[in-house]
Design a protein around this ligand. Structure first.
Ligand code: PXG
Length: 467
């Protein structure tokens, strides 16, 4: 039986887990603990649901990893990939060559980007996009004759990827702690996380205070040494941190005052997550650079890029000379073809518009209902991103003594009950596919409430045991 299973590629869950444990090293994982427990094996998906190898149907509240914007099962994307692989599976864009899909995709991105952003540099991922950002801002200041402008200012608890530059630009201390990061020339300021750091203040005043930290840092470093500011319009991996309305306009004003470049990391917010093509448009910003990935292809193919504003493009291109940077897969034909078809779907089916005019509102209303749960200190959302702050005592908003434990308990219940909801510390987050239907939002909120109830019951049980 086992040889037949091997010949057909059909293994049991246990066999997949053993194979995985023996040979596969997972990203961001404690391999020892994972192998002891066994991985969940996800085998197929359709619409907003995934199935595991035991046949459980699970509502994917995270759109894969913030990326499957058009939902699973779009066979058009498979068909363009197949056709492209038959026609031209690979060619590079290095030595005075291009190919139709890269040119076409760059033009389609320019169509939906803010009008002053008309060029795209392609990468294989969001991390590579942010490495490109760092190289490009420094190149820009070199050609501007101000090479001492080296430093990029970012925020604590930001996520900008996992390569050396990406992790350094990010503000995740556990990442910095492994491998001697951040690399030189990167500074971090406080994040606009009202619930965690500003609750005693009015939201708008807190937004201004956090933006002021940028000006303080610029003056501390010396404006003539600062190259750029980078931020996610809404922090994703940090816990769906939605800045107060006052924050971004003030950040942009400060960037302009000192002439420094503004980079909005659109890897999560881009391609409709907030009901606009880019998060910058939601917040009324005019960035100089926008790293992109994820929703660009709805995750169907690995591809990222940097959308480049006229100010940087003109200076660097007019200066002439090579930009000594690029990846084998910059403008990969298959990834570009898939992304172009994904953009067609997003546009022609009005998916981004529908998030803005309908789905975000319905989601906001249903998600906010969870605020009455005894574990929930705050229920917040923007577009199709939501967060629940779990607290030990709702009246005083006291956090749990052992940070992160309750979040993991809740996440486990979610999986068991058929919902993928992430835990960031004790903050539960969702970012479903943009095509989620109202009935599926109802399902998401019903399951989330049930898992909060189960988590609460577990906590109360343990309190009794401990007492
Ligand atoms: N920028 C942002 C804003 C991201 O969210 C990246 C850059 C890096 O993209 P790549 O394609 O290199 O992974 C990301 C990725 C999480 C989680 O735990 C989030 C990401 C990746 C992995 C895990 O929420 N975001």
């Amino acid at each position: 039986a086992s040889s037949e299973a091997e010949m057909t590629g059909q293994r049991t869950t246990r066999e997949w887990q053993e194979l995985d444990a023996a040979h596969h090293w997972h990203p961001f994982s404690d391999t020892k603990a994972l192998n002891a427990e066994g991985s969940r094996v996800i085998t197929r998906a359709e619409g907003c649901h995934v199935w595991d190898s035991d046949g459980h149907r699970i509502l994917d509240g995270m759109a894969g990893l913030w990326c499957v914007n058009v939902g699973y099962g779009r066979t058009e994307l498979a068909e363009v990939a197949y056709r492209q692989m038959c026609e031209l599976p690979f060619y590079n864009c290095f030595f005075k060559t291009t190919h139709p899909t890269a040119a076409e995709l760059a033009a389609r991105i320019a169509e939906v980007a803010p009008p002053h952003m008309r060029r795209v540099f392609f990468t294989g991922s969001g991390s590579e996009a942010n490495d490109t950002v760092l190289r490009l801002v420094r190149r820009y200041w070199d050609v501007m004759g101000q090479p001492e402008r080296q430093t990029v200012i970012s925020r604590w608890n930001a996520y900008h990827g996992s390569t050396m530059a990406g992790a350094s630009l990010g503000g995740m201390k556990p990442m910095h702690a492994q491998g001697g990061l951040p690399i030189p020339g990167i500074a971090h300021i406080r994040q606009p996380y009202w619930f965690a750091e500003g609750r005693e203040m009015d939201r708008d005043a807190f937004g201004l205070l956090c933006a002021q930290a940028l000006e303080d840092k610029i003056l501390e470093l010396g404006p003539e040494r600062v190259a750029a500011f980078i931020g996610e319009p809404v922090q994703g991996a940090g816990g769906v941190v939605i800045p107060p309305a006052t924050y971004w306009p003030e950040i942009q004003r400060i960037c302009r005052k000192y002439g420094i470049l503004l980079v909005t990391d659109e890897v999560i917010c881009g391609f409709g997550r907030l009901g606009t093509w880019f998060g910058a448009q939601h917040f009324g910003l005019e960035p100089d650079l926008m790293p992109i990935a994820k929703g660009l292809s709805s995750g169907y193919a690995p591809i990222g890029g940097v959308v480049i504003g006229d100010r940087v493009a003109k200076a660097v291109i007019d200066a002439g000379g090579d930009f000594n940077h690029g990846y084998t897969y910059s403008g990969h034909p298959v990834a570009c073809a898939v992304a172009a078809e994904n953009l067609r779907i997003l546009k022609e089916e009005g998916i981004v518009d529908r998030v803005r005019t309908h789905t975000a509102g319905y989601f906001a209303q249903r998600w906010a209902e969870l605020a009455d749960h005894p574990l929930v200190g705050e229920a917040r959302s923007v577009g199709l991103m939501g967060a629940l702050e779990l607290v030990a005592d709702k009246r005083t908003m006291t956090p749990f003594t052992k940070e992160g434990e309750t979040g993991l308990i809740c996440r486990e219940f979610c999986f068991r009950e058929g919902l993928i909801m992430r835990a960031v510390r004790d903050c539960m987050i969702v970012a479903p596919p943009l095509v989620i239907r109202d009935s599926e939002i109802d399902e998401l909120v019903r399951l989330a409430r049930r898992c909060l109830d189960l988590t609460l019951a577990r906590l109360r049980g343990e309190t009794k045991l401990a007492a």
